[in-house]
Design a protein around this ligand. Structure first.
Ligand SMILES: Cc1cc2nc3c(=O)[nH]c(=O)nc-3n(C[C@H](O)[C@H](O)[C@H](O)COP(=O)(O)O)c2cc1C
Length: 217
């Protein structure tokens, strides 16, 4: 598939078919993602692929904890965010809301859905050794970008799930991830339910003027 087409068409998928993903396809996906560049070629990403009943078990644990702790999807801000970012957050809410099944609150859909990997048969959990500084999160981000686009090219849907990083202890215990690792992100992977209204929505992006300053050109 043409890369520019994949970049233009990929979107987060929040409803999946009840159809397993073939192991060969997951191997192909992870092989493509692992072509991502990284500083000093450290390749700091560490991956656990959780599928089928094990994925469901993990989700039951996450859902229980999320309800107990009243955890919610949040921008991960350490200070009050400038208004422009809050506006973008509100805009996402407005854009996605019409795709949410009737009677379900937006926050419940996102929080419960995230912990359940939106019903995807596979969850990819990415962690990094805690000996690395936050600089190496850039490398993980690039790996994730490669993975999302490669999945799209292979006919798979994905949704990055940052919410689950709030449950470090539970995930590490369940997946036997050593204590010195930090879970950075989870990714739901599966075949998209193309009929689900939520999957028909494309989120907007700000104009380049908002994010780019030109100097000398
Ligand atoms: C690092 C990261 C964390 C995310 N965490 C969540 C999440 O916990 N739950 C969720 O539903 N979507 C999550 N998303 C998906 C974003 O909401 C989505 O990428 C964004 O709204 C842009 O839409 P698009 O992916 O369809 O282009 C996350 C995306 C990224 C990159």
């Amino acid at each position: 598939m043409d890369l520019i087409k994949a970049i233009n068409e990929r979107k987060s998928i929040r409803a999946y078919l009840d159809k397993p993903v073939e192991k060969e396809k997951l191997i192909e996906l992870l092989t493509l993602a692992s072509k991502a560049p990284s500083a000093i070629n450290l390749q700091p990403w560490e991956i656990v692929v959780v599928a089928g009943k094990e994925r469901e078990r993990l989700s039951r644990i996450l859902l229980k904890r999320m309800r107990e702790l009243q955890v919610s999807c949040a921008p991960g801000a350490v200070k009050k965010l400038p208004e422009e970012f809050l506006r973008r957050q509100r805009e996402l809410f407005e854009v996605l809301s019409p795709g949410i099944p009737g009677g379900i609150q937006f926050q419940d859909f996102i929080n419960e859905g995230s912990c359940n990997f939106y019903g995807a048969p596979v969850a990819i959990i990415i962690s990094i050794d805690s000996a690395f500084s936050s600089s190496r999160l850039t490398d993980i981000g690039i790996f994730v970008g490669y993975l999302l686009l490669s999945a799209y090219a292979l006919g798979l849907g994905t949704c990055p799930i940052g919410l689950i990083t709030q449950f470090q202890d539970e995930i590490k215990e369940e997946l036997n991830i050593p204590e010195q690792k930090n879970v950075v992100i989870g990714i739901a992977v599966g075949y998209p339910d193309e009929d689900a209204p939520i999957n028909k929505i494309k989120t907007p992006r700000v104009l380049l003027e908002k994010i780019v300053r030109w100097r000398g050109i």
